[in-house]
Design a protein around this ligand. Structure first.
Ligand code: TEU
Ligand code: CA
Length: 542
């Protein structure tokens, strides 16, 4: 694996800091809490941690409205805590990836306060200001991702400013070189502190067309969807100029050894892969969200894998995710049994997997009453299922009444099932999904076909998905029953390495395999690699 980068052969784990571990009893997760749980992450076997924003913010969009890019919000700790987190993580061989939110600041950021101060101040052009298009009319028809127009009126200077998201999140003008230099300095600030990379928020939205033409109507709009989808974001997303910005960002990051640039990009596969950039000088990993939105059956997933693999430019490294802090949790989408199959899919497809905190314990979305809603996406467009609080519940660590997350009142309720769905209980159950994740991560690490091998022979038999991973003499077949009925499939015989049931592995030689309902298996066809005897879960780890 020596010639692969850490972000190629490793597993990334996303932490939503507010919900991971509270250390001071305010009911909000924080950096000292993450430090306390690093040994758990080592035992899980992951290699890098992506932390959602930890910067000073009014929290209108829970940290994605940054008021100071070069500090830590006091609710999460301070820069000293951050430096300690980096040191403790690096000491354990873990990398730290920060969320970078360059598209917009908070309206409380000093830059915006200055920009809105007067029409002729030096920072006016750091944001996107426009006159209305006639008496009381907005500059154009652009819409916010969080409902309503994307233009907010500023009474002081009698102009509108553009916001892709909340009015509290004014978009920066990335056509302004001063903005770019200021944001590249932010990257260097954190890189100098040892950060190993960035997940860049809404990378595909960075540039808006400077003709300010109306976006076209989306004739395929489905009532009940986000109102943002009423229009096609032709002039407000995926603009060609964005790739030059990304290449510049990448060159800033590449000036530091062994770093990574991950891009949040919600685009169809053929457009997504353009974000690897010219001569691969773009994002190292444009996040591949296809599994978040696909129908959950063998044919659909096979089609996605084939289309994605075929679209990747030479040298592009793939990646897969099952969830994040913005989308319903996989276990709620497809059920507990299939969540185990999804784990095996995520950790055996070619490329880098990202695990969203709680997926490893089969965590589900939590019910949120209207009084409990905190997410502006739900507050602005209630009742459409757009709220993201359900997937942001506190991590349940043990069987105690507050699940070991906090000694205070958690900022969101704990899941109703936390007495059984918690790390401690699942550690004690050798067949839990937590042990499945641990075993999959460990198997992946020691199997060169899974870590770096080609993927081929993607095929389906009924609702069973089969594919092969191969590297040198190592050939591994993955067989996933996406159905809730037993299935019999024919495939190349080999040694069964792992079943999602965790009740058979080791020396079974399986040929025409009869799969149980919701079962996935990994079969080693030929191998020169050695598989460690599965070490028992280190129950003494904190
Ligand atoms: O999300 C951008 C984004 O497009 C999706 O999150 C989606 O539009 C949104 O969730 C509404 O459905 C990123 C962050 O991941 C998200 O948490 C922030 O709210 C958003 O950008 C603004 O920074
Ligand atoms: Ca706290």
């Amino acid at each position: 694996m020596e010639d692969l980068k850490w972000w190629q052969n490793g597993v990334i784990y996303q932490i939503y800091p507010r919900s991971f571990q509270d250390s001071n009893g305010d009911g909000i997760g924080d950096l000292p809490g993450i430090i306390r749980r690093l040994d758990y992450l080592v035992t899980l076997g992951i290699d890098a941690i992506w932390i959602s924003p930890i910067f000073p913010s009014p929290m209108a969009d829970f940290g994605y409205d940054v008021a100071d890019y070069c500090d830590v919000a006091t609710i999460f700790g301070n820069l000293g805590d951050f430096d300690r987190l980096v040191a403790e993580a690096h000491r354990r061989g873990l990398r730290i990836i920060l969320d970078f939110v360059p598209n917009h600041t908070s309206n409380q950021h000093p830059w915006f306060i200055e920009s809105r101060g007067s029409r002729d101040n030096p920072k006016r052009d750091w944001y996107i200001w426009k006159d209305g298009s006639g008496r009381g009319r907005l500059p154009n028809n652009w819409l916010s991702h969080f409902g309503g127009p994307a233009w907010a009126w500023d009474e002081t200077t009698k102009q509108y400013y553009y916001h892709s998201f909340l009015p509290e999140q004014p978009d920066l003008n990335w056509r302004n070189p001063a903005v770019k230099q200021a944001m590249y300095a932010v990257l260097r600030f954190w890189l100098d502190r040892g950060v190993d990379g960035f997940r860049v928020d809404v990378l595909w939205l960075l540039i808006k067309d400077d003709s300010f033409l109306d976006n076209p109507v989306n004739l395929g709009y489905v009532p009940g969807e986000s109102s943002h989808n009423r229009l096609l974001p032709l002039y407000t997303a995926n603009r060609p100029e964005v790739h030059a910005m990304i290449a510049e960002m990448r060159s800033v990051i590449d000036a530091y050894a062994d770093r990574v640039l991950i891009g949040e990009i919600y685009l169809p596969i053929d457009l997504l892969v353009t974000y690897y950039g010219h001569n691969l000088g773009g994002a190292n990993l444009p996040f591949n969200f296809q599994l978040l939105q696909t129908a959950w059956n063998a044919a659909s997933i096979a089609r996605i894998v084939e289309e994605y693999e075929a679209a990747l430019p030479p040298g592009a490294w793939p990646n897969w995710v099952l969830g994040n802090h913005d989308k319903p949790r996989i276990a709620s989408r497809i059920g507990e049994a299939q969540a185990r199959v999804a784990a095996m899919l995520l950790l055996t497809l070619r490329g880098t997997p990202t695990v969203y905190y709680g997926e490893e314990i089969g965590m589900k979305d939590i019910p949120i009453s209207s009084e409990q809603v905190q997410d502006p996406a739900e507050k602005n467009e209630p009742g459409r299922g757009l709220g993201r609080d359900p997937e942001r519940a506190p991590m349940p660590w043990d069987k105690s009444v507050l699940a070991g997350f906090t000694s205070g009142k958690p900022w969101l309720p704990l899941g109703p099932d936390h007495a059984i769905c918690n790390v401690q209980s699942l550690r004690e159950n050798p067949r839990s999904i937590l042990n499945l994740y641990r075993r999959l991560v460990e198997l992946r690490r020691h199997n060169s076909a899974l870590t770096r091998g080609a993927i081929n022979a993607i095929r389906i038999q009924g609702n069973v998905l089969l594919y092969e991973r191969s590297h040198g003499d190592d050939r591994t077949v993955i067989i996933l029953n996406l159905g809730h009925e037993p299935a019999c499939v024919s495939h190349t015989p080999g040694r069964l390495l792992l079943s999602t049931y965790l009740d058979r592995d080791g020396n079974d030689v399986v040929g025409d395999a009869s799969l149980r309902a919701d079962e996935g298996i990994i079969v080693e066809v030929t191998s020169t690699c050695t598989h460690p005897q599965n070490r028992p879960w280190n129950l003494s780890a904190p």
